[in-house]
Design a protein around this ligand. Sequence first.
Ligand SMILES: Cc1cc2nc3c(=O)[nH]c(=O)nc-3n(C[C@H](O)[C@H](O)[C@H](O)COP(=O)(O)O)c2cc1C
Ligand SMILES: CC(C)(COP(=O)(O)O)[C@@H](O)C(=O)NCCC(=O)NCCS
Ligand SMILES: [Mg+2]
Length: 403
Amino acid sequence: MLQNRRILIGITGGIAAYKVCELISSLAKEGALVRAIMTEGAKQFIPPLTVATLCRHHAYTDQDFWQPTHARPLHIDLGEWAEVLTIAPMTANTLAKLAHGMADNLLTNTVLASTCPILLAPAMNTDMWQQRVVQQNWQHLMQDRRYHRVGPGTGILACDRVGDGRMAEPHEIKATLESLLYTGGKRNLAGKRVLISAGGTREYLDPVRFISNPSSGKMGIALAQAAMDRGAAVTLVHGPIDSRLMSSVYGIQSISVTSAAQMQDAMLKLFPAADITVMAAAVADIRPRSCSLEKLPKSALPESLPLESVPDIVAQLGDRKHSHQILVGFAAQTGDIMTPALDKLKRKKLDAIVANPIDQPDTGIGSDRNQGIFLHKSGNQKSILPCTKLALAHQLFDWLLAQ
Ligand SMILES: Cc1cc2nc3c(=O)[nH]c(=O)nc-3n(C[C@H](O)[C@H](O)[C@H](O)COP(=O)(O)O)c2cc1C
Ligand SMILES: CC(C)(COP(=O)(O)O)[C@@H](O)C(=O)NCCC(=O)NCCS
Ligand SMILES: [Mg+2]
């Protein structure tokens, strides 16, 4: 997804600038072509030599802007070159300049001289961030569809204060950049409500023992990220998952559940309002027939466990579906993936299903990558080669919108 993609990074004068080195490094390692523009402020925090070395390319500063040696103005060249521009960290000062169309350095001139999507990663002290004029500038800029956001988050700041204004983590900025490179900044799910389920469920036998599966929730989170980056209002219902995985999806509604019964309650409640629902959760099919409120002593554990089946959530959604709604399932399979997926598509009245092999190396459950076949009720099909879960999520939305 990142190989040979042209990413321009604007670095401004905040303490979070040190973290952008990690972003540049990970983008470069995945084959992206990275160029950086540093403000005079940024140079106070990290040396251009560090940035240039990580970019494998000269780091541009205001000295370059005023050089008489360029055949064409540098801000025009850089603006035309970039497929996407991210400003990380973005100071209150640079935010104010962007909000008013100012152009007094290489970075702000490049912003005005380019048309690519721009991803902003603000970072500042909480009082600065919450300042009325800063919020006004931010709201103003966010009305411009050219601008996309990542963060800021809440957490510990350099002044030891805990609050809003923490820069998004490098991996979160990277995930949003990948989305923007995929969509070119298109928000083709704007106005749509997208409901996604993710992760496994736990079916308890007693307070410490349960039946579950190794689903990480990564596929559902990638779907939430892709839908959010396309402008949808996203709700994610997820089983127990690593909360760090959730940190890149800002501004979505997330509902945490544990058991299949809780997931069923949440999904049935939310489903009527959803335009598109994707069931990526690995919901248990069976559960212990009874659950003890007290921990069972070892001696009281049954030799064989009486089980019962769990209500089939996706089939219930299929029964309740209205014609304007799109319902998509996942079928994780070993061996032949097509036959059971086609059967599930029909039986559960889905619009589409992703047939998903889980016996292939480096893809599927728990992995960052996935592959499979999209199957539509119309008979249309599309094979997806191994790719990141985010890339698969974007391909799924593009394919659904084209059906
Ligand atoms: C130690 C130090 C830390 C700073 N951290 C931030 C910050 O996190 N966010 C911010 O908006 N400004 C911060 N500033 C203020 C900016 O550096 C200052 O507003 C500068 O003019 C920004 O210029 P630029 O936007 O062109 O890079 C900091 C300043 C200092 C001295
Ligand atoms: C400074 C830092 C990058 C530190 O991150 P870290 O805790 O991961 O080392 C993070 O706290 C952040 O993004 N802060 C926002 C900017 C800030 O703290 N500015 C100075 C306020 S006094
Ligand atoms: Mg199932």
